[in-house]
Design a protein. Structure first.
Length: 345
């Protein structure tokens, strides 16, 4: 039976979710702005549109200079982590696959830590080589997980892949700890990054991650049909004219590059790649023709709203967003694990 395509109603729901998340993320915080005025001011930013929002100059400055870059970064990072999670799950045919559980985020984190602690003295801000180092670390990590997951044979079970990912993550975390021990002066900066954060000083981080997000998202979205075919098995996929390994490698490289770019600017934000795709899979069905684009939209909305929660829940002391996603994702992962084990029994 042919997998169901993307339903217009769900696509519209995803767009609405993104719009609501954007307005909420811009309106609320330490200084509250009227949501209606925020929406009108966003329309006023469109070239050729001139509408008076009623916001003061100070409120407009808060919206456009402080909150808007952060919200846009949240949209990009959330979309990429959710999309990468769905792509990994399809490529590995493993419902538990996730950028963090496969060791990809740990590899990217080690790459970022390396270029941060080894950069020239006096240099501040995000090093130019961060995305490349994060991508190299992510690709090495997923390759190690894939090899170790074979567990002495060609059949890579979900449990074997998860155990391999945990082992690879632990090894890379140990290397990261060693680097930090040797460069104590960078400990605070790297530790703050490890907890996950979306705070930016402007549009720099957005411009760093944007081309990677656009490129990798386009690649993964064009592979929606191939992912649906891969779910029936490699032999059946080959008989249908697909090259399973080539498609799988392309998806893994694209998802790793996107994850690396997101991690390089946001730090380690976990569980987005499990929460969003699995929730959508329960609501809309298993077809990747709808799952991938909806993961992109709802992942963007989810992380933007989670960042808003992190900003307002802690009062003056902002909660790291990685802590919030872990608080939400850990019990969700347990539920998914139990459901997967029950289905396999």
């Amino acid at each position: 039976m042919r997998p169901a395509g993307l339903r217009p109603a769900w696509l519209a729901a995803g767009v609405v979710a993104v719009l609501v998340a954007v307005v909420a993320g811009l309106a609320f915080g330490s200084v509250s702005l009227p949501p209606g005025g925020v929406a009108i001011e966003l329309l006023d930013l469109i070239p050729g549109v001139r509408i008076h929002s009623g916001l003061t100059e100070r409120e407009v400055a808060i919206l456009t200079e402080l909150r808007l870059p952060r919200v846009v970064l949240g949209l990009l990072v959330g979309a990429m982590l959710a999309l990468a999670g769905a792509a990994y799950q399809g490529a590995f045919r493993n419902p538990l696959a996730d950028p963090h559980l496969l060791g990809v985020a740990a590899g990217a984190g080690l790459g970022v830590t390396a270029v941060t602690v080894l950069r020239p003295a006096g240099e501040t801000g995000l090093p130019i080589g961060v995305p490349a180092a994060a991508f190299a670390g992510a690709l090495i990590a997923v390759a190690l997980t894939w090899v170790l997951g074979a567990a002495g044979g060609r059949d890579r079970s979900p449990a074997a892949l998860i155990l391999a990912g945990v082992a690879v993550s632990a090894f890379l975390a140990a290397m990261q700890t060693y680097l930090l021990q040797r460069h104590v002066e960078s400990l605070r900066e790297v530790y703050s990054w490890l907890l996950g954060r979306l705070g930016t000083a402007g549009w720099h981080d957005v411009l760093v991650v944007l081309p990677y997000t656009v490129l990798t998202a386009a690649i993964m979205l064009t592979q929606r049909r191939e992912l649906d075919v891969l779910t029936v098995g490699d032999e059946e996929a080959t008989s249908l004219g697909l090259h399973p390994q080539r498609s799988r490698y392309l998806l893994i490289v694209a998802a790793s590059l996107g994850t690396a770019a997101a991690v390089s600017v946001s730090g380690l934000i976990g569980f987005v790649g499990i929460i969003v795709p699995h929730t959508l899979r329960l609501l809309t069905g298993p077809s990747y023709r709808s799952l991938l684009p909806l993961s992109l939209l709802f992942g963007a909305a989810f992380l933007t709203l989670t960042d808003l929660l992190a900003r307002v829940a802690g009062g003056a002391a902002e909660i790291p967003i990685g802590v919030v996603t872990a608080f939400l994702g850990a019990p969700f992962f347990i539920v998914v694990l139990r459901t997967t084990r029950s289905a396999a029994a």
